[in-house]
Design a protein around this ligand. Structure first.
Ligand code: GCW
Length: 733
């Protein structure tokens, strides 16, 4: 299964490097540099994979010249860790892209130090007194920033300011991104504000160093039951996260080991917090609700027992003594075998609140996951429906959660399938904070061995209108707390980066991490903008490269969907094993509830109010109308909501069975085409990444054929309806 490329542990020098080394020996380097096309020699390959989209390759001389007026000196209004990171990043970026050295200088806010043209880094509080009228056009929220070209004491200055120091750091990354993308920065007066306060990643890392659903190598945090000695990768990760505005990281698996709350472990955790701190990334932990009993010496973990409340308070106080900027906890309870409040007949709100109250005095947050369902459902009962579980469990508790508790909701009602409708719970919670959980790690979507750029999927979810009552109520506004004016809310991405040089295993998969961060900062950005930025930052601005990579990325989700799970049937994968190979029968006749109900007469789950499980009834009225009838239901979600005969005719005019055959053949063909399109870039990008990605596409092309043949054979044997184009019977019978 593993592509050859993944076994390449040691990055090889690129052909370009080798050529250079040889020529250097001959003393002919200058001649060689002049002869090479500029974009190739500006690029670095897999040997720089850890820098991902922060490579800062040299701009061509003419473009670099347009930044000549960038002040050659930086003035820091303060000396905090965050400001120092901002300064160092600025120097690094400018040196890399413009080949210029910026002189550093620390000021304690003394105006006298501003005695030359400067880039000024500081919070608004420090910047405002520098010059009368120096104020942003709008008030800055936490983490927001302001980029302003200004004259201060007659000197030409570029001010990078924020409400907080973290905002200043974000402003520096934004400024460097502008230079990388060759934007004009001559007359800036720009404010950027985060869409929501919560912009976190969750890592599902285990203390032994493995990562649940991680496809980029071992944990960067843990090995052999302890925090790793060398945390270099953690600070590199912090830099990447900060560059896209992510401000929190939960470092361990939601299937948490109780011992992460033992005092000895907290001491180790504080080293991770130290590594992240210069980048403004705050650490949090996944915890086991049973901890007071499992490691606390109590005979109960009943959330209403005062001894349990006291235990959580003590433990939390201990954490904050060691990690003052600790961010909080994530809890997975009563789910997939985890302990939960049901043991004592308590509610999820009661469980969340006992922990929320321990965190509250320290400003900490608890994320309580809505991924609660019974995985022993009776599959024979056609009224059972796993999709209903999150809403059934949490909607009745709306308003019962404390203000520093957040219900963390997966984007869809099942589990990160290649296509799902949005979870109705986003509309069901109005007096409760919520956050959307998106999956960056491609568990059901190709595991980074196959290309699947998820931003277009996330955009559909975030831009979906729930039509609560009469107004527009987009999911992105619901989760950001903007519709019902909640104190907090936002975005959580399950990232699962690992020690692999490429972080996620594949260089192209990094667009998902970048895209998640950009959307969490500003979900109104388009998928096209995001992929264009990412490609240019990661591969340079050669037109062929940008166009080809962007087009491949933007197309990849629909291609993956077409051969793994068309028409909303769910990813037809082996759900009992690796969640990767084709395995459509594994969904049926078991309690996991990922049913597609394919039988000789038809396929799909009847979730209608009229004749099915009633799941559709969890949506607001206008959304119900969209999904309840065959006449309105979009083709791409048909089998999620309806059980139909194979001969049912879609809006597209095709029958369901013919669509399934066609989409598999078309998808597999597109996957072959990825190889051809990628080959067109030979010579346009560094050799090492070119070869690595080519091997991945070649592998994907084979996998797509395997999927096509397995699913087409399966559905033909079930339905006994031939492919109108004669391919299936011919190939497989
Ligand atoms: O998608 C499923 C995964 C589990 C995961 C679970 C969850 C961490 O297959 O590996 O457990 O979801 O989100 O809790």
């Amino acid at each position: 299964m593993t592509p050859q490329a993944q076994n390449r542990a040691i990055p090889r020098p690129t052909r370009y490097c080798r050529v250079l080394l040889g020529l250097a020996a001959l003393g002919a380097v200058a001649v060689c540099l002049a002869a090479l096309p500029p974009l190739v020699h500006a690029e670095t390959g897999i040997e720089n994979a850890d820098e991902a989209w922060l490579r800062y390759p040299a701009l061509d001389a003419q473009t670099a010249k347009t930044y000549d007026r960038l002040p050659p000196r930086v003035v820091l209004l303060g000396d905090s860790l965050l400001l120092k990171s901002a300064e160092q990043e600025l120097m690094r970026g400018v040196a890399g892209m413009l080949g210029r050295t910026i002189e550093g200088e620390v000021s304690q806010g003394k105006m006298s130090l501003l005695s030359a043209n400067s880039i000024v880094l500081g919070t608004l509080e420090k910047v405002r007194p520098l010059e009368a009228g120096l104020s942003p056009p709008e008030e800055l929220r936490a983490d927001g920033f302001w980029l302003k070209s200004a004259r201060i004491h007659g000197f030409v200055c570029l001010v990078v300011s924020g409400a907080t120091e973290r905002g200043v750091l974000y402003g520096v990354f934004a400024l460097l991104r502008k230079i990388s993308l060759t934007e004009n920065i001559a007359a800036l007066d720009e404010v950027q504000q985060p869409y929501a306060p919560i912009r976190w990643v969750n890592q599902w890392d285990n203390l032994d160093g493995s990562i649940e659903r991680g496809y980029g190598g071992r944990s960067i945090f843990f090995a052999d039951g302890k925090v790793r000695n060398d945390l270099t990768r953690v600070s590199q990760y912090g830099r990447l996260l900060a560059s896209v505005g992510i401000n929190g990281c939960t470092v361990n698996n939601v299937n948490a080991q109780a011992r992460v709350l033992e005092p000895s472990f907290i001491a180790e955790l504080s080293r991770i917090a130290d590594a992240f701190r210069p980048w403004g990334v705050q650490v949090s932990l996944s915890v086991d609700l049973g901890s007071p009993k499992l490691i606390g010496g109590l005979d109960t973990f009943d959330p209403l027992d005062p001894r349990v409340a006291a235990w959580w308070r003590n433990r939390v106080d201990e954490i904050y003594r060691q990690i003052p900027d600790f961010d909080g906890f994530v809890v997975k309870a009563d789910s997939e075998g985890r302990l939960g409040p049901s043991t004592y007949g308590r509610t999820h709100a009661e469980a969340a609140n006992v922990i929320a109250r321990a965190l509250k005095p320290h400003g900490g947050l608890i994320f309580y996951r809505a991924f609660v369902y019974n995985h022993h459902l009776d599959w024979r009962d056609l009224t059972n429906d796993r999709a209903k579980a999150a809403y059934d469990n949490f909607q009745p508790l709306d308003g019962a959660f404390d203000d520093n508790a957040i219900v963390q909701i997966k984007n869809g009602p099942i589990d990160f399938q290649v296509r799902e409708p949005v979870s109705p719970l986003f509309a069901g919670l109005r007096r409760t904070n919520q956050a959307i959980e998106l999956q960056i790690t491609q568990e059901y979507t190709g595991q980074q061995r196959q290309l699947c750029f998820l931003v277009p999927m996330w955009k559909e979810v975030l831009d979906f209108d729930m039509h609560i009552e009469s107004g527009e109520t987009l999911v992105r506004n619901l989760v950001a707390g903007r519709v019902f004016h909640r104190p907090t809310g936002g975005f959580v991405g399950v990232s699962n980066v690992g020690l692999d040089a490429n972080w996620l295993g594949s260089p192209l998969a990094m667009a998902n991490l970048y895209g998640f961060g950009r959307l969490a900062w500003n979900p109104t950005l388009s998928a096209e903008t995001i992929v264009d930025e990412w490609t240019r930052l990661s591969f340079g601005s050669d037109r062929a490269v940008v166009q080809t990579i962007s087009a491949l990325q933007l197309h990849s989700w629909s291609v993956y969907e077409s051969y793994t799970g068309p028409l909303g049937a769910g990813t037809l994968t082996n759900i009992l094993g690796n969640h990767y190979d084709p395995g459509p029968e594994s969904s049926e006749r078991n309690g996991w509830g990922q049913w597609h109900r394919a039988d000789p007469s038809g396929i799909g789950m009847d979730r209608t109010i009229a004749t099915g499980t009633g799941f559709i009834g969890q949506y607001p009225a206008r959304v119900q109308k969209l999904y309840e009838t065959l006449a309105n239901c979009p083709d791409n979600l048909l089998l999620f909501f309806h059980h139909v005969p194979y001969t049912h005719v879609l809006h597209s005019g095709k029958t369901v069975i013919q669509h399934i055959y066609d989409s598999h053949y078309e998808g597999a063909e597109e996957a072959q085409n990825f190889v051809v399109r990628w080959r067109s870039l030979e010579g346009h990008i560094d050799e090492s990444r070119y070869r690595d990605i080519l091997a991945r596409f070649e592998y994907q092309a084979q996998e797509a054929v395997l999927w096509r043949d397995t699913i087409c054979r399966w559905i033909y044997e079930l339905s006994h309806i031939r492919d109108a184009k004669g391919r299936v019977a011919e190939t497989n019978r």
